[in-house]
Design a protein. Structure first.
Length: 326
């Protein structure tokens, strides 16, 4: 039997290179090894300000982008979080075991409550309990995440351990699987890539758009003139992009050319562009094809909900039983 895996991604609009490399690409690589559950976590998304008119299309776009990236809905269970009401049911139950002090120590809560000082709400505070419920509903053992989420998985273990200790062994303590591609910086080389900072390349950007964005992208500041030598490791174009999209040979060419000042940044970016395009154009084409088949997408969303719900309702049943909620 394969081990269970769960991971979630917020419907932020368009999937950019940062969350593609940081999450979805790894999901595609992991789905053969694990029995995987992947969710578009819309209930998490509403803990910070959002536009109700745009939310439905953001959820669907993210769903389509995940499909286009190569998550196979037959192999894995891909679903929209709010469609499976058990997430909320389990969240309430786990809230009774979540120590107030555990939540006050969460870094993401501190960051988000500073970012959105006008609405520091209860759901933002208890966000990690919902995240715990996500994982626990499917009794997932493995949770692929970025480094910024480790604290939430530690908390999940604390909550579930307390549940098991109090009511009997129902849950498995999950373990994080840190994805190799850490923080992908934006084109500005100073901030993490994000939609709101407009420093991103979307996985569905056209080939021309990608080059338009790469052209002014920040490089090693030591290379003021073409004759100045540079250090690829100090260049965001190299560390955030080339490293993930270019083959060994291109990487060698760039290393040599940059340190000996025999290649200019524009040519270096042209090489990158070619490799990025090779990787992304099949995804872009699949995305456009999927988007055009509205009924297919709706069917896949229903299919995912049914598969997820089956497992989730079993779990809720056994949870209620041991607690004495009859
Ligand atoms: N909190 C995660 C993030 O911000 C998303 C998420 C929600 C998640 N539920 C999850 C990730 C469960 C892993 C497992 O990226
Ligand atoms: Fe960066 Fe390439 Fe320019 Fe070197 S040549 S500074 S790696 S863009």
């Amino acid at each position: 039997m394969k081990e269970r895996l769960f991971s979630g991604i917020r419907p932020t609009g368009s999937l950019h290179i940062g969350n593609y490399l940081g999450a979805v690409k790894n999901w595609v690589d992991l789905q053969d090894k694990y029995e995987s559950f992947f969710s578009v976590v819309d209930l998490h998304a509403i803990t910070t300000p959002f536009n109700p008119k745009e939310l439905p299309s953001k959820i669907k776009d993210m769903f389509c982008e995940i499909l286009a990236s190569g998550v196979d809905p037959e192999k894995s269970t891909l679903f929209v979080q709010s469609h499976v009401k058990e997430h909320l049911e389990l969240t309430w139950i786990l809230s009774t075991l979540t120590n107030f002090n555990w939540l006050t120590g969460m870094i993401q809560f501190k960051e988000k409550s500073e970012q959105h000082a006008e609405n520091v709400n209860l759901a933002l505070f208890s966000y990690p309990t919902l995240q715990t419920a996500d994982i626990a509903l499917y009794k997932a053992k493995v949770v692929p995440i970025g480094e910024d989420q480790v604290q939430h998985i530690e908390l999940a273990r604390d909550i579930l351990r307390k549940f098991n200790y109090t009511y009997g062994d129902v849950f498995i303590e999950p373990k994080e699987l840190i994805t190799e591609s850490k923080r992908i910086m934006g084109l500005d080389a100073t901030n993490k890539m994000s939609k709101s900072l407009n420093n991103y390349i979307a996985i569905t950007d056209t080939s021309e758009d990608i080059f338009k964005k790469l052209r002014p992208a920040v490089t090693d500041p030591a290379r003021i003139r073409k004759t100045d030598a540079g250090t690829p490791e100090k260049c965001n174009v190299y560390t955030s992009f080339h490293k993930y999209f270019s083959d060994e040979e291109t990487l060698k060419t760039v290393q040599e050319g940059c340190t000996k000042a025999t290649i200019g940044c524009i040519d270096c970016k042209k090489l990158l562009h070619k490799n990025m395009d090779q990787h992304l154009s099949p995804i872009r084409e699949r995305y456009l094809e999927i988007k055009s088949k509205v009924s297919y997408v709706d069917e896949m969303i229903d299919f995912g909900r049914e598969k997820a719900q089956k497992v989730a309702s079993e779990t809720i049943k056994s949870v209620k039983e041991v607690i004495g909620l009859w």
